[in-house]
Ligand binder design. Sequence first.
Ligand SMILES: [Zn+2]
Length: 244
Amino acid sequence: METNSIPALFVKKQSSLVGPVILLGAPGAGKGTQAKRISEYFGIPQISTGDILRENIREGTELGKTAKLLMDRGELVPDELVCQMVASRLRLPDCANGFILDGFPRTVAQAEWLDGHLAGQHFFESTKGRLGAVVIQLVVEYNQLLQRLTGRRTCPTCGRIYNVYTTQRPKTEGVCDVDGSELVTRKDDREDVIAERLKNYEAQTLPLVTYYGGHKQLSDINGMDDLDSITAAVFKAIEDGNRM
Ligand SMILES: [Zn+2]
């Protein structure tokens, strides 16, 4: 998608020590887009727990087998297992200069585990000292999130996603630009389902925001600004966080 690639005004950084970056934000806050830009600019990997889980299952690791067994029974994958998967992903060499965590930690217990885990790592020690995690929260008002998420339309033929409230709207209302199919609203994008998801997100994340806020690691960034201004603010927060 065009909006995900990095604009020329941000001159790409060559390998630098960034440390851990944690992105918080509700569904629809624009985490995915910003994570891609951070990854490209700073040259660090974007790590999502969903991806790690799928990778472990696909590769049939011990952790993956255990997770699959639980999921097949309709049970949730417990914190401990998720943390173990994150730990083994963070051991890969591409994380040596830093990484972006997207969708993790989700609970205070996971955040405490992560702090402990990172404290035991030596690879973020620079001449300036140890790099702590930079935690960035993309803040978007509830009504705006609701609008962004309920505006989603999907093409049942090619799978392309549109949004009737943004620049991603189809050229002709209700019709796919590519193949002319009639666009649909998926069940997940219905207002009642979204309202429930946002409510759950808020209940789960509030303690996390309090936790990181208390440790003075948290930067709130206005996620309702235009895309490039948000990116500029995110990059600044990361660079300021690493200046010690
Ligand atoms: Zn289509």
